[in-house]
Design a binder for this molecule. Structure first.
Ligand code: 5U1
Length: 673
């Protein structure tokens, strides 16, 4: 047994050492899998011999039985707050008070005070109590005198050592610092919360606080929390203390505590200013959120002389960065129509300076988000803008709501073109159904109309379409066919030759296929394949226009969303007018026979096409195969029946060979077709 105990202790020491290398020194010595292997080894022994499990074992971070409430913890030494400086002037006034007091006390003869500077993390202040080197309690700051015992939750945070390193540790030590959630972890957590229909956190600080105040520590264990220490509370007198704050931080680091790597000793106002500038520039690129800098007089004897006012030390100050969150009022809720027809509610705000810019609008995303926030015109709201992220409404300050403002409802019609606004079941977005006509969607609709897989109008690129719309020469795709040589040749960077070429391409595009034409209309959710299915199932455009939902739903691969979108699209008078104009311009296609009459000789077969084909494009081959009922996919699997290999086919052929899938040459494909 003693050999086993020695083995367990060795494993624990090794794991603690690697934790320290990874989290504190940012210098891992083994790979993640190497670490996991050691951890598994320890877990296996502990599972077999539960009597060997100790509270400081690195395996004990997974959470424990849920609590019914948190116990109160009275802090032996109050957890102080910090005075703030919101400008250079306020910082320099703070510095002057420090200098004056120290000169008066005769402990300083220069105005160049040394400050320990470090980022002010936007998290949750906590106290960690170590007895004989073992973490015995973790508590929140609470009101500074009394906090809550969150030990079970604290133990799940990997950056907090369960045992101090080294053998010269104090018998009693209280470490203070901040629990945070980094930006990436916060985004990921909210994604998961959204998916599970759970509470969305407004910012990383709220997410960290919410996670730490979980009664079920197994939930906390799943949250991406981490910790940086920033000082000590109580410490037993069995270790010699350095005479500076920076010295204490170095000592804490040697005991395994994570110290912020941006920490630095600076001298005087000029040193403090350049540290401020430097960190402000770095702010957005840091992995976690910071809201300023904490400057502490580094010399502990000087700190003692300076003492405290109220509940804040005279020897420290938080120099705040421009806020990421501010309050303002909602003046109105407007609807913006996007290029794809999505109707987005946008809060019009009383302008407010936040995150370094003046914000007067914030997106409200959709009706669900408005309901979640319960936001109404006239409300006071908290606006957040961090980094390049677009401004968001964090929450409504309900205590400031006046009267009983009406709930907001999405409009029933597009505010730009008056077409019906549609929200399909299971979708959050409400969209304008006037795709061809709506001016807001104009450019995007025309770009789609002209694209290769739609009307394939050679030489009509995005930029030229934008120019044509901006110059007022076209409003809808039908207008393209009335453009004159004169109009085109007169445009910037278009000469006679390009104009003639474009007119020729426009003329050629008039001869198309029914499927391409349907796809070109840009009906929501009607992609290339659906357009093809529709074309195969209707003899003419008139038939499609008049199709009932039931008729549409009876078609393979057409679901309720597509059926509804198709119906609504053709119901819009504006859309029908543009279609008529397109047909009047001469767009036509050969009549196709309905799919039921075509032989579906390849129904149930799955093909993959790879490499370059010489006599047809891959798209054409795909369409031809689909016309015979085959399914064409992009990757080879056990379900693939045939891989068609053109020239330079690549790895798909290797995979087909491995899986024993039949490989066809282009000639064999033609035989199939
Ligand atoms: N980084 C840091 N944050 N913070 C908060 N240091 C720091 N120090 C604090 C507080 C409240 O208080 C001590 C100055 C007592």
């Amino acid at each position: 047994m003693s050999a086993l105990l020695a083995k367990v202790n060795k494993l624990k020491d090794e794991l603690n050492h690697h934790n320290y290398q990874y989290y504190v020194l940012d210098c891992p010595e083994i790979s993640d899998s190497g670490y996991d292997k050691l951890l598994r080894e320890l877990q296996e022994i502990e599972a077999q011999y539960p009597e060997l499990v100790t509270p400081d074992s690195p395996t004990q971070r997974v959470g424990a039985t849920p609590l019914t409430e948190f116990n109160s913890v009275k802090h032996e030494m109050p957890m102080l707050s910090l005075a703030n400086a919101f400008s250079d002037k306020e910082f320099s006034e703070f510095n002057q008070r420090v200098v004056d007091l120290l000169i008066k006390a005769d402990v300083c003869n220069s105005s160049d005070i040394k400050y320990a500077a470090e980022p002010k993390l936007d998290g949750l202040a906590i106290s960690l109590l170590y007895e004989k080197g073992i973490l015995v309690r973790g508590a929140t700051r609470g009101d500074g005198s009394t906090g809550e015992d969150v030990t079970q939750n604290i133990r799940t945070i990997e950056t907090i050592p369960l045992k101090l390193l080294g053998n010269k540790t104090p018998s009693r030590l209280e470490v203070r610092g901040e629990v945070i959630m980094d930006k990436k972890g916060f985004e990921k957590l909210n994604q998961v919360q959204r998916k599970n229909n759970e509470k969305i956190f407004a910012n990383p600080r709220n997410a960290a606080a919410g996670s730490l105040r979980q009664l079920d520590s197994r939930i906390t264990a799943t949250r991406p929390l981490s910790f940086f220490c920033y000082g000590i509370g109580i410490i037993s007198d069995d270790v010699a203390l350095p005479d500076t704050h920076s010295g204490i931080m170095a000592l804490l680091k040697s005991w395994g505590m994570r110290v912020n790597p941006e920490s630095k000793v600076v001298v005087g106002v000029s040193g403090a200013d350049s540290y401020y500038e430097n960190l402000l520039n770095k702010r957005e690129s840091l992995e976690y959120e910071i809201d300023g800098i904490v400057y502490k007089v580094d010399n502990l004897a000087q700190q003692k002389i300076l003492g405290f006012v109220a509940r804040a030390p005279r020897w420290a100050i938080a120099r705040k960065f421009p806020a990421h969150e501010e309050m303002t009022r909602v003046l109105g809720i407007d609807i913006q129509v996007g290029r794809t027809g999505a109707l987005t509610p946008v809060a019009r705000l009383e302008p407010v300076f936040v995150g370094g810019v003046t914000v007067s609008n914030a997106t409200l995303h959709n009706q669900d988000e408005i309901e979640r926030l319960d936001i109404r015109v006239g409300d006071t709201v908290v606006i957040r803008r961090a980094g390049d992220v677009i401004p968001q409404v964090v929450n409504v300050v309900l205590s400031k709501r006046e009267g009983k403002p009406r709930k907001f409802k999405m409009p029933t019609h597009c505010p730009v073109c008056g077409s019906l606004a549609v929200r399909n079941e299971n979708e959050v977005v409400t969209s304008c159904s006037g795709g061809l006509f709506c001016e807001a969607q104009g450019k995007q609709a025309i770009i789609h109309f002209a694209s290769r897989k739609a009307m394939n109008i050679d030489g009509l690129g995005d930029k030229l379409i934008e120019l044509l719309v901006d110059e007022g020469l076209i409003k809808t795709s039908a207008d393209l066919y009335s453009l004159t040589h004169e109009q085109l040749a007169g445009l910037e960077r278009m000469g006679d030759k390009s104009a003639a070429k474009l007119l020729n391409a426009l003329s050629q595009s008039k001869q198309t296929s029914f499927a391409r034409f349907i796809f070109a209309l840009g009906i929501h959710d009607v992609g290339e394949t659906t357009a093809k299915t529709l074309a195969e199932n209707f003899q003419s455009l008139e038939e499609l226009e008049l199709a009932s939902v039931d008729e549409l739903l009876s078609i393979r691969d057409v679901g309720p969303v597509v059926a509804n979108n198709v119906m609504t699209f053709f119901k819009q008078k504006h859309n029908r007018e543009v279609i008529d104009a397109l047909l009047d311009a001469g767009i036509h296609w050969p009549k196709t026979s309905p799919v039921s009459k075509q032989a579906q000789t390849l129904a149930g077969k799955t093909f993959v096409i790879t490499g370059t084909l010489s006599d047809m494009s891959r798209d054409e081959a795909k369409q031809a195969l689909q016309a015979l009922g085959a399914k064409v996919t992009g990757s080879v699997s056990k379900k693939t029946d045939y891989v068609v290999a053109g020239e330079s086919p690549g790895s798909k052929v290797d995979k087909a060979q491995q899986l024993g899938v039949e490989i066809l040459s282009e000639a064999q494909l033609k035989a199939f077709l």
